[in-house]
Design a protein around this ligand. Structure first.
Ligand SMILES: *Cc1c(COP(=O)(O)O)cnc(C)c1O
Length: 437
């Protein structure tokens, strides 16, 4: 059965588009976000896949409208790093998603999407300018994933003073076909600029495409590691339906998990663990109206500093009134984040990054409130070496070394300042694409 893509804002009968169109557009013309329809049941034998690329090759072809044979090498190249499931005490299992080139889970979606985008650009015989707003890890994952691909340029926008020094170093490293912009504003300003650029007629000829977590090309691959983790846990313990805890900001990661559950993956419950940017947990508890978003607050888990999570719209479309039943929400402040980093290192011998610490803390609170003792998977979204200041504050020790990150110190930089104004972005993009073509 062919899968098509429908806007969250379209009426039920409106015609969908194919994957390539949804990938290149990013946002639907009505301002909504694309979701696949139908969500197909998982193919037989999915639990037995021996690697993430094998699992991806089994599950994705009908969603992408591409033959398995054509897809396999692309997925093997994109998903070429391990995703270990590390057991902790009390039936907790940490699924480490940060062993890709930029040491954050966004490598999974970005590397898959980059190759799909290059394939689509070649297929259409035109070039593409990928425009991305980042709260920290997206930009470097996207820049690394798309660098040097034929017919593809990347412009990335990040908020000044809201990314760690290490993250900034990763963002501004010079890469072929990539330009970084340091925006005088917040992450929400960056997202607003990106949304505005897509509807700016003066930029229509650039073939703008998004690589934020709003893009379906990043979202679909993010269903895969849930399947991988749940299958591995099921094989090793026979546990059928774990609680899955997700450190959340823009809710793209969680949406991948909800898609996997729609495909038929067994999940006890999702825990959405947020920092003090707490719109979603408040919504789940009935204390915030849908879309009553809040200004962004800066925290230690800065890749989750999102006041207005874009993928909320998708979660509502997928689960509707069942959202609070399937997802439990929790908000963890910086003190509790540091406390959890410390106790996890001390008691479990496991040092998490601040984002992963929010999830570990969220799981403890969920278990305390619910009494649910089912096995749990906690997604670990970044390597602790990316957050040396937080590690030092939490443990009094320096962060573990990472040759991957230390290599960036001497890399040549390429970054331009940008005012948070649509006209400034328009001029900058026209300059960049003129210079690059
Ligand atoms: C982006 C990011 C998150 C949040 O993921 P969303 O999809 O935005 O909810 C969590 N942790 C890290 C390290 C990230 O980079």
């Amino acid at each position: 059965m062919a899968v098509s893509y429908h806007s969250t804002r379209a009426s039920g009968e409106a015609a969908g588009v194919d994957f390539e169109t949804a990938l290149m557009r990013g946002l639907a013309p009505d301002g909504g976000l694309y979701l696949p329809r139908p969500v197909l049941p998982l193919p037989a034998g999915w639990q037995a896949s021996r690697s993430l690329p094998d699992l991806a090759t089994l599950v994705l072809p009908p969603y992408l409208g591409v033959e398995r044979e054509a897809l396999e090498p692309l997925l093997q190249a994109a998903l070429d790093f391990p995703l270990p499931l590390v057991p902790l005490a009390r039936d907790r299992h940490v699924l480490e998603l940060f062993h890709g080139p930029t040491m954050a889970f966004k490598d999974v979606g970005a590397r898959t999407m980059a190759r799909l985008t290059a394939a689509a650009a070649a297929h259409r015989g035109r070039s593409v300018t990928v425009l991305v707003a980042t709260s920290g890890d997206t930009g470097s994952a996207v820049a690394d994933a798309f660098k040097g691909l034929a017919r593809v340029r990347v412009a990335l926008l990040y908020p000044e003073d809201m990314v760690s020094e290490m993250q900034e170093r990763q963002l501004v490293a010079a890469r072929p076909g990539v330009q970084a912009f340091r925006v005088r504003g917040t992450f929400d300003d960056c997202q607003r600029l990106v949304k505005g650029a897509f509807s700016d007629p003066a930029l229509a000829q650039l073939g703008l495409s998004s690589a934020n977590s709003i893009n379906i090309g990043r979202l679909l691959p993010q269903a895969l590691y849930y399947l991988w983790g749940v299958a591995r846990l099921g094989r090793s313990t026979g546990a059928p339906a774990p609680v899955v805890t997700v450190p959340s900001g823009n809710l793209g990661n969680l949406t991948g998990g909800v898609l996997a559950e729609k495909m038929g993956m067994p999940v006890g419950r999702f825990v959405a663990a947020h920092n003090v940017n707490d719109f979603f947990p408040e919504f789940l508890e009935g204390r915030a109206e849908a879309y009553a978003f809040r200004p962004t607050r800066a925290t230690l888990s800065n890749a989750m500093d999102v006041g207005a999570p874009s993928n909320f719209e998708r979660l509502l479309a997928l689960l509707g009134d069942a959202l609070p039943e399937r997802v439990w929400g929790v908000s963890v402040d910086d003190d509790a984040t540091l406390g959890r980093m410390r106790t996890s290192a001390r008691d479990d011998g496991y040092l998490p990054c601040p984002h992963t610490a929010v999830a570990l803390e969220g799981l403890e609170r969920y278990r305390a409130v619910s009494g649910d003792t089912r096995p749990a998977i906690v997604l670990a979204t970044a390597h602790p070496a990316k957050f040396p200041d937080a590690v030092r504050r939490a443990t009094g020790e320096p962060a573990p070394r990472s040759p991957q990150l230390e290599g960036l110190v001497d890399r040549q930089r390429n970054v331009l300042p940008l005012d948070a104004e649509p006209a400034a972005l328009r001029a900058a993009l026209l300059d960049f694409t003129a210079a690059a073509s």
